[in-house]
Design a protein around this ligand. Structure first.
Ligand code: AMP
Ligand code: ZN
Length: 485
């Protein structure tokens, strides 16, 4: 039974989906004007853990992540240029080319981080028709008004405006007025009002501008998420995710326009992740404190170590990013991989130890109990590390049988169906890898050791580690090696 903190209810609640065996889940996707940074991926990783948890509970999950390729303005507010259009001017490319390139970067990084591919990744530019019919519905109900720059939603007309942020319409207005970065478009009735359609004349054939009965232009960022989520998941769906930065504006506006148009509740559970920070401040492109996956890979870090670091804190707590913390995560992962390899090569034929089995089962059930308690991964991971410690202790005393090891291995692989840390792939010494140069170097080192040339054997060990990331261990059962992340 899964409990989730629901921002809309402002408390932890038992998760009860609309359909018995299926879950509909939407997450605001990237604005494809630059490479996404690992702060963005903190959000997608949290959603990945949630999806894997739901799947482990037996639900079929329809997971929609949109691609914002038009409509997201600089500063998130009502004024300023479209981010993709600006990037196109900067890079001397068409907006389409820029959007396609960064969509490709996004999907490549998803794969490198072992994030399950979303069921649908709809592009905003492919859903203009759906957005226009939603705008039409709002117009018919009298929620819209026209100003020189576009068609706006009158937030004072939506009775429950601000409920997600636990604010009233008046309080949110005050909150936005206090924020220095929010400018006011000419003719706006309330500072909280937002554009559903922005006017712009087509400048070239491939310009991201469409005709509408209100005039040429392009959709507002908020209307995109409402139109695409409802198209694929229905007018009311189970879970909507995103970072906490989206609570007071983007998600508040998605609720207002969706519920105003349909007269139905838009989403049952809102799940928000906290920030990845650097020196205490949010990691953000506008601040210039970002790291991308490819920058980290270039520095020699592995994407799976990034995954481990970002999932190891509770999703509702901040994580402060440092390269040192990332190195520590890689070390912990390497420790787990070498543990798994030792387990899979154990040969003792003694029977399964019943007492040990009970201890392992306790750790296993604690892992899932903590996970189902609002995805408490720090607690779940500590149950896993306790299991590793106990198993290592038994192995160290030569008391772990092959049957005990098999049980722990199977459990670890099940935990990894949630964690996604590639335990299976790293639990075997891949014989294909130890080929050519590496095989020869290991042999040379062995010969040097036998000849008591420890200087040479240490040099080869260092070379293997620094150049090939191969770590050699001399155990009483012979040489063992593993590849580090
Ligand atoms: P954006 O492209 O700005 O809409 O961001 C995509 C997703 O990443 C949203 O869910 C944001 O809330 C989330 N996000 C952006 N920056 C961070 C950060 N530093 N830490 C965690 N999540 C973030
Ligand atoms: Zn959204």
């Amino acid at each position: 039974m899964l409990f989730l903190y629901n921002t809309l209810a402002h408390k932890k609640q038992k998760f009860e989906p609309i359909k018995a065996k299926a879950v509909s889940m939407y997450a605001c996707g990237p604005t494809v004007y630059s490479a996404p940074h690992i702060g963005n991926f903190r959000a997608y990783l949290e959603q990945d853990i949630l999806r894997r948890t739901l799947q482990h509970e037996g639900y079929k999950v329809t997971h929609v992540v949109n691609i914002t390729d038009v409509g997201h303005l600089v500063g998130d507010a009502n004024l300023g240029e479209d981010k993709v259009k600006l990037a196109a001017e900067r890079e001397h490319k068409s907006a389409r080319a820029v959007a396609d390139f960064y969509t490709g970067e996004f999907t490549k990084d998803l794969e490198q981080l072992n994030i399950l591919t979303p069921s649908v990744m709809p592009k905003a530019t492919d859903h203009i028709k759906e957005m226009l019919s939603l705008i039409e519905a709002l117009d018919k109900k009298g929620y819209l008004y026209k100003v020189p720059t576009g068609i706006y939603f009158d937030t004072s007309k939506f009775k429950e405006y601000g409920k997600l942020a636990k604010m009233t319409f008046e309080k949110l207005n005050k909150y936005l007025k206090a924020g220095a970065r929010v400018e006011r478009a000419a003719g706006l009735k309330n500072i909280t009002d937002f554009a559903v359609w922005r006017f712009r004349k087509r400048e070239s054939a491939d310009d991201m501008v469409w005709d509408s009965k209100w005039g040429e232009g392009f959709p507002g960022w908020h209307i995109e998420c409402s139109a695409m989520s409802m198209k694929y998941l229905g007018e009311t769906f189970d879970i909507h995710c995103g970072g906490i930065d989206h609570i007071p504006i983007h998600h508040t506006n998605e609720i207002a326009q969706s519920e105003a148009a349909t007269g139905k509740k838009f989403v049952n559970y809102w799940v928000h992740n906290n920030f990845l920070t650097v020196d205490g401040g949010k990691m953000a492109k506008s601040v210039g404190n970002i790291y991308t996956i490819s920058q980290l890979v270039e520095k020699g870090y592995s994407p799976i170590a990034v995954r481990y670091l970002l999932i190891s804190a509770h999703y509702r707590k901040k994580i402060n990013f440092t390269l040192e913390a990332l190195s520590n995560s890689a070390n912990t992962l390497n420790g787990i991989y070498s543990f798994l390899q030792r387990l899979s090569s154990l040969e003792s034929s003694a029977p399964l130890d019943k007492e040990f089995k009970m201890l392992a089962e306790e750790a296993h059930s604690k892992f899932f109990k903590d996970l189902n308690n609002d995805l408490n991964l720090p607690a779940a991971l500590s149950a896993m590390h306790n299991l590793i410690t106990e198993t290592n202790r038994k192995m160290g005393h030569d008391l772990l049988s092959k049957a005990d090891a098999k049980l722990v291995l199977e459990m670890m692989l099940e935990l990894d169906s949630i964690l996604g840390l590639q335990f299976e792939k790293n639990s075997k010494q891949d014989k294909k890898e130890i080929k050519g140069k590496i095989e020869k170097l290991i042999e040379e080192r062995e010969n040097a050791r036998k000849a008591k040339d420890f200087k040479k054997s240490d040099e080869i060990r260092e070379l293997l580690k620094n150049k090939y990331k191969i770590v050699i261990e001399d155990t009483k059962d012979g040489i063992r090696w593993h590849k580090e992340v």
